[in-house]
Design a protein around this ligand. Structure first.
Ligand SMILES: *[C@@H]1O[C@H](CO)[C@@H](O)[C@H](O)[C@H]1NC(C)=O
Ligand SMILES: *[C@@H]1O[C@H](CO)[C@@H](O)[C@H](O)[C@H]1NC(C)=O
Ligand SMILES: *[C@@H]1O[C@H](CO)[C@@H](O)[C@H](O)[C@H]1NC(C)=O
Length: 406
């Protein structure tokens, strides 16, 4: 009898060990210690909330989660946050400009297809996989899309070609809107990223740099593929320890049932052909002081960054343009359309209809007198002149550069 029990116990132990083995195997393959592996599993459980419905769109997985139980509310500053479903007011003139006729580029609507959006009361959150988390903590963890405010001291090299706007008023900028041309850059490799963004930035010491960034990116480290995606990020220390892209950490409150952050853009501009772009809008609601994100011709409300996330406002700078990252001394990725700004309309990447919300909460064209161009490696990536062709197109500029620049 005793022997049988002992044998049974051994068998159980054997089965138990066998069950554990796959994760041990994975751990050693990815050089994770058991503790790191457990930590990743814990994060996954926190980030991926129970789904009421799961949507697969072009290989991407979105979980429809209870709007009140979304990852945002795990942020310690949002424990008592009362969700806001609409802004109380909009900046004056926000919906005046007709982006669709701008420079012959079409402002695209993106999002889950009608009939395949999340049920009411739920919002789509891109599911984070174990591989995503592992990639983001390996040697590529410094592939962060920060603005050109501080030199990085790690082995990831970054470059920028941007216009930097500095507010002349202490109240800073309370909103920004622009049309950003969208291109496909499938040649971007796992050791690179390429983004075209607008950033709202304060200009303080590194550990106090608050940022909101919105635009598109190709970032295999973040997403595991080479698709062009809508992306939005935030941080309160220049992405050193806080913040992240999209909803891969608590913070951003998702409200749209059809447009999750990180969504792949399927209509892309072609070199010399039809041009498409994202019309991005970010502004502060003067009452709640939450920062709202809208997108597209139809001004789809995506969600907001609660005021409680930020530690040192106002944002006294806005930056527009491209940034790329790559392993030091390796090949460089393309920026923008992958062509220099000199090639111009329909060939180089364009940012147009550049506006901001002023102190009186009124949208205004961002004029050249508050702007300065900055290119960190001018022979490879740069910005063209900032100009206004006519009132309809607003202020614009081209930027970018090709891949494998020596
Ligand atoms: C694991 O570590 C080895 C040696 O340090 C390295 O060559 C290998 O690339 C690492 N694997 C991963 C997946 O990071
Ligand atoms: C828009 O398209 C029209 C007709 O194709 C062309 O004449 C015009 O120059 C274009 N405008 C811009 C800003 O490219
Ligand atoms: C982009 O990713 C797809 C899917 O993984 C792959 O088939 C394709 O070769 C990649 N494109 C390039 C240029 O690397």
């Amino acid at each position: 009898m005793y022997v049988i029990v002992k044998v049974l116990k051994m068998m159980l132990l054997f089965i138990f060990v066998c069950l554990l083995l796959p994760s041990f195997g994975l751990s050693s393959e990815n050089n994770l210690t058991i503790d790191e592996d457990l930590e990743i599993e814990r994060q996954l459980k926190l980030l991926n909330k129970p789904a009421i419905k799961t949507i697969v769109d072009d290989g991407d997985i979105y979980d429809c989660v209870d709007i009140y139980k979304q990852p945002a509310f795990d942020h310690p500053s949002l424990k008592n946050h009362k969700i806001q479903l609409r802004p109380n007011s909009y900046p004056d003139g926000l919906f005046d400009d007709d982006i669709s006729s701008s420079t012959n580029g079409t402002s695209i609507e993106i999002g889950l297809k009608d009939g395949n959006t999340c049920p009411s009361g739920t919002v789509p959150i891109r599911r984070v996989s174990k591989d995503d988390l592992i990639r983001m903590r390996t040697s590529f963890k410094d592939m962060k899309m920060n603005p050109p405010v501080k030199n990085d001291k790690n082995h990831i090299q970054k470059q920028w070609a941007v216009y930097i706007g500095r507010s002349k008023k202490p109240s800073g900028f309370s909103g920004v809107s622009a049309f950003i041309n969208v291109y496909g850059l499938p040649q971007v490799m796992l050791t690179q990223f390429s983004s075209s963004l607008a950033w709202l930035v304060n200009n303080l010491k590194e550990d106090q740099i608050n940022i909101i960034s919105v635009g598109w990116t190709v970032s295999p480290v973040t997403y595991g593929d080479n698709k062009t995606r809508l992306t939005a990020g935030w941080t309160i220390d220049n992405y050193q320890k806080t913040g992240c892209q999209d909803t891969s950490c608590p913070g951003f409150v998702q409200l749209s049932k059809k447009l999750p952050l990180g969504f792949a853009v399927k209509r892309l501009s072609t070199y010399g052909g039809k041009q498409y772009g994202l019309n991005i809008i970010v502004f502060k609601d003067p009452d709640s002081k939450n920062w709202w994100l809208f997108l597209g011709k139809d001004r789809e409300l995506i969600g907001y960054w609660p005021n409680e996330l930020f530690t040192a406002l106002p944002f006294n700078q806005i930056h527009f343009g491209g940034t790329v990252g790559y392993i030091e001394n390796s090949k460089k990725p393309p920026m923008g359309s992958g062509h220099f700004p000199i090639e111009g309309i329909h060939k180089s990447c364009l940012i147009s209809n550049i506006r901001y919300a002023n102190m009186e909460n009124k949208m205004q064209d961002l004029e050249l007198d508050v702007l300065s161009p900055y290119s960190s490696l001018r022979k490879c990536y740069y910005v063209g002149p900032y100009f206004k062709e006519n009132d309809q197109y607003g202020n614009m500029f081209f930027f970018g550069g090709p891949e494998n620049c020596p």
